[in-house]
Design a protein around this ligand. Structure first.
Ligand code: ZN
Length: 387
């Protein structure tokens, strides 16, 4: 087992009455709140009104229109509004995009300059507004971690902003809220949770504890995502998915492991930076091809473990056959929940593959640390196989 530190300071508040606990948690931070949200689904579902009712007595300012791949232009605009209105804290109402953007807004409010500077260099973040989140979508785990991912469409970059100052103070998670999430976003969220888990599970060396956490999350999503899509109001399955989301990205799943460079996320961020596709969909398309790229005699036992412990295959089977069958099962699962199988189906062509592969080393951990090391040619091979 490798040395590690686990820091999870966010208070996680789950349950049907969780949102009503927001005011008490926020009260010590002031009276003026900036509520951030996306395209209006939280208005239509009535969630925004519920949040505002929970904040009765506070002075509320709203910023809406945060994009699915949140843009630095929105971050700068919201930070300007928060400064003008002298907001004391932020409440992000939405999924990962809104929470990610709100982390960047919280930092940008306290920074005299372009928020993109803070994405490029997290050490410039010296202070941030307190942030709370009200979660709508089981996906990114942003409700329970520090980083956020921000896009700059001028430079075709999608990168993480991170600082220990960006953990939400508390996140309020009522799984019944996610009943209104449509099938496409439910499926994309499921793929994102699974990808976070694969990035921490299919690594050079695991351990019994981290492997057990990862296998539980994968089995939870495989069981419950199809139920949520067929029966969107199934509260038990929505609850399982939301909990799987919260624990997917907080460091728990990789506990005691050598850090992994999260190669599918490295590649997906490049694709989204050029083509603005749905994060989870991009991951679901790339993942089986990354798995095939990574499978060899040395790595096959890891995939065979996945086959046996997650898919319930016969442990007496041939290791390479088990590994291949598990990869096939992964691709079939993503197809079964309605996710396209090829990048070309979501409007991606090969015109920027070279630029994508060249950019990764400028902003990401070295992919030489992946299960099978990935160089520039490897990135392009995975992208081409995914087309
Ligand atoms: Zn992700």
């Amino acid at each position: 087992m490798h040395s590690f530190e686990l820091y999870m300071p966010t208070r996680l508040v789950y349950g049907a009455d969780s949102i009503e606990k927001l005011a008490a948690a926020a009260a010590p931070y002031g009276k003026r709140v900036l509520i951030t949200y996306g395209g209006g689904s939280v208005v239509r579902s009535g969630l925004l009104d519920r949040v505002k009712k929970a904040l009765t007595g506070f002075e509320v300012v709203e910023f809406s229109g945060i994009e699915p791949n949140p843009r630095v232009t929105s971050v700068n605009a919201a930070a300007k509004l928060a400064r003008e209105q002298k907001a004391d804290f932020i409440v992000a109402v939405g999924g990962g995009s809104v929470i990610d953007a709100s982390k960047a807004i919280a930092a940008a409010v306290k920074y005299d300059g372009d928020a993109w500077d803070l994405v490029k260099d997290g050490s410039l973040i010296k202070d941030a507004l307190p942030l709370f989140s009200v979660l709508t979508l089981a996906a990114t785990g942003s409700e329970y971690d520090a980083p956020g991912v921000i896009s700059n469409m001028d430079t075709n970059e999608k990168q993480a902003i991170s600082s220990p100052l960006l953990f939400p103070k508390a996140s309020f998670c009522d799984p019944s809220v996610s009943a209104s999430v449509p099938a496409w976003h439910t499926a994309a969220g499921a793929a994102d949770i699974m990808s976070h888990t694969f990035e921490q599970y299919l690594v050079i060396e695991g351990n019994d504890v981290s492997d057990g956490f990862c296998e539980t999350i994968l089995k939870t999503v495989i069981k419950n995502a199809p139920i949520c899509i067929k029966d969107p109001t199934n509260l038990e399955s929505r609850s399982a998915m939301m909990l799987a989301s919260s624990f997917g990205c907080c460091g728990l799943l990789a506990i005691g492991n050598m850090p992994s460079p999260w190669p599918c996320h490295a590649i997906e961020h490049e694709i989204s930076a050029w083509h603005d596709i749905t994060h989870g969909v991009g991951l679901a398309i790339i993942t089986p091809h990354w798995m095939r790229y990574s499978l060899n005699e040395k790595t096959a036992p890891r995939f065979a473990q996945y086959a046996v412990n997650v898919w319930g295959m016969d442990p007496k089977g041939d290791v390479m056959e088990l590994a291949n069958a598990a990869i096939d099962k992964t691709a079939e699962f993503f197809a079964s929940i309605g996710i396209p199988q090829r990048l070309s189906e979501v409007g991606v062509d090969d015109s920027h593959f070279e630029a994508m592969a060249d950019h990764i080393p400028t902003c990401w951990w070295p992919l030489s640390g992946a299960l099978r090391p990935i160089d520039k040619a490897g990135v392009i091979e995975i992208l081409r196989a995914s087309l």
